[in-house]
Design a protein around this ligand. Structure first.
Ligand code: ARG
Length: 562
């Protein structure tokens, strides 16, 4: 629709003495909620002041002289000028999608520019729980979206692999752990002994001193502690990778916090040189009173570095290594202050790229309805949530389609996809509550429903075979409606990137699926006497492409059969 919007904007611009730019007019154009009113509408009140006329009068006068290729009719309704699109547009869009295939919606807008994305980033040896779902899937969707429009993207898993918790785990391991138990239990066993440490330290606080001493030894490069630390990381990573595989996620770098240990002194020296460091009760801080923020902590009283110190060193390293155009951090909104603080420090250090650091926060997630069992206190592991969804999908498949090939693979794609889709359906800032039955439903606003629609398209195309013809005519309202939704894909991609909001794509893919199913209900693709309607076959093909590309942008796989 972008091109048509542009043409309409140019025509309107010429008729309104340029009081709004062509670009502004194009963004003003909206989709009327009721398509009997038209396919696009221009709200005319934006012109009223400059043109000294009422929006109604402006709409009426524009309607009179309006003409533009691709627009069949322009009608004034109240203060709006409503456009009806020419039939030729529908064929053109379907032919374009069929011709472009998986290139449809892509662009080279970001060509030559690099975006670094820091996401998922769990804390090693702590549970990888549902709270990490947000950063993992929002982060990866943002990566795919940026790649889609031509950016070079670098996905970084900024592992929480440094800090006093390692002292605690080493201490706990020495006291209550064993190599065999950790080898057998993996990250679960590490979490177990970590939980035990906290329980025991309640009773005997000297354990905390012991842990601090172990961490200090680690910092000094003690061989034994370093070996344990590396081993704990390897075990945790192996576990995370299983979850990443299920989501089809790969990272370009796993440089975690520890990687920046030797890169901090240079930055601390620069802060000192710029005169922004002050001592506060023994700790070294950057005072941010002038920016209405509490101070950013750089060094503890004992001289050890902190989370923000490592983030600052990491940002500088990334700028030097990747020369990013944007560096995006996806975390829960609980960390918004942390990012605002150290972004400010980077600015005060004189780095002129501080404004290229972007924090993308998201709300909390809770689980209502069904309680999933977990072995680690109150948290629900992502792995367990996925496993439960996969199992339920497998049950459904065994019941409804027992002869399906690759049942396990399909159940995984649909089960994991259902959770991701459900999560990404709402705006990221809103807190969300997870309900397994709603997520897995095949006839709600769900992943399974959308994936099933894709599989239906594939099955139809499998039956009718390939065609090299072009679409020449559409006549039915549900055909028009579907074409219009398909034509909006590039706009949805743009909006999702602009707002760092993958939910735009989730909702869009649902709109495609819904429009397709209405079309499928209303229109015969193969007539009663066996004749194939090629226009409609092409519409199915275009739909299939768009659903696949849209779902792939939000980390969902598209099985050909379900
Ligand atoms: N490890 C942190 C956590 O689990 C998230 C890290 C986010 N990225 C960053 N560069 N601070 O809360």
């Amino acid at each position: 629709m972008t091109e048509l919007k542009r043409k309409i904007a140019a025509a309107i611009w010429a008729m309104t003495d340029g009081v709004q730019s062509q670009e502004d007019i194009a963004t003003l154009l909206e989709y009327p909620p009721d398509s009997t009113m038209g396919d696009l509408a221009l709200p005319c009140f934006k012109f009223a002041k400059a043109m000294r006329k009422s929006p109604m009068m402006i709409a009426a006068s524009l309607a009179e002289g309006f003409s533009c290729e691709g627009v069949k009719e322009a009608r004034a309704i109240g203060g709006y000028l409503n456009f009806t699109i020419d039939e030729s547009f529908y064929c053109a869009i379907v032919n374009k999608i069929v011709r472009e295939g998986d290139r449809y919606g892509r662009s080279d807008e970001g060509k030559g520019k690099t975006v670094v994305l820091d996401y998922s980033s769990p804390n090693v040896a702590k549970p990888f729980h549902i709270g990490h779902l947000g950063t993992t899937v929002i982060g990866h969707a943002l990566k795919k979206l940026h790649e889609f429009v031509g950016y070079t993207c670098v996905g970084i898993n900024h592992l929480g692999d440094w800090g006093t918790q390692f002292g605690k785990i080493i201490c706990a391991y020495r006291r209550w752990g064993s190599r065999e138990a950790v080898e057998a239990g993996g990250v679960d066993e590490l979490v177990n002994i970590y939980v035990k440490f906290h329980e025991e330290a309640e009773k005997d606080p000297t354990l905390n001193d012991e842990a601090r001493a172990e961490f200090h030894k680690l910092e000094l490069g003690d061989e034994e502690n370093i070996a344990l630390w590396k081993w704990f990381i390897a075990i945790s990573l192996a576990e995370y990778k299983k979850t990443y595989d299920q989501l089809g996620i790969e990272f370009d770098s796993y440089n975690g916090e520890a990687f920046y240990t030797d890169k901090m002194p240079e930055q601390i020296a620069l802060m000192r040189e710029k005169g922004i460091l002050t001592l506060d009760d023994g700790a070294t801080i950057v005072n941010l009173d002038a920016y209405n923020m509490p101070p950013c902590l750089i060094l503890k009283r004992d001289g050890s570095t902190l989370y923000p110190t490592r983030d600052i060193a990491a940002a500088v390293y990334r700028k030097r290594t990747y020369d990013f155009d944007k560096c995006i951090y996806v975390t829960s909104s609980g960390q918004s202050l942390h990012f605002a603080q150290w972004f400010k420090v980077v600015d005060l250090m004189g780095y002129d790229w501080a404004d290229k650091l972007v924090h993308v926060p998201y709300g909390t997630i809770s689980i209502g309805g069904e309680k999933l069992a977990t072995r680690t206190g109150n948290v629900i592991l992502l792995r367990d949530l996925f496993a439960a969804a996969i199992e339920k999908c497998l049950d459904v498949i065994n019941e409804k389609n027992p002869t399906l090939d690759n049942k396990e693979e399909t159940a995984e794609a649909v089960g994991v996809g259902a959770i991701v889709f459900y999560y990404l359906l709402n705006g990221r800032i809103k807190d969300s509550d997870f309900n397994m039955d709603d997520a897995l439903s095949f006839d709600g606003n769900t992943g399974p429903y959308t994936q099933y629609t894709y599989a239906r398209c594939s099955s139809i195309l499998g039956k009718v075979g390939e065609t090299d013809k072009e679409a020449v005519q559409y006549t039915e309202p549900s055909e028009y409606a579907l074409c219009k939704v398909l034509s909006r894909f590039p706009e949805a991609v743009k909006a999702a990137i602009r707002d760092y909001e993958p939910s735009v794509i989730t909702r869009y893919s649902l709109e495609v699926a819904t429009a397709f199913n209405k079309f499928y209900q209303d229109c015969r693709i193969i007539s009663a006497d066996g004749e194939v309607n090629v226009n409609r076959v092409l519409l199915v093909k275009a739909t299939r492409t768009v659903i696949r590309e849209a779902l792939s942008l939000i980390c969902l796989k598209t099985p050909e059969k379900i």
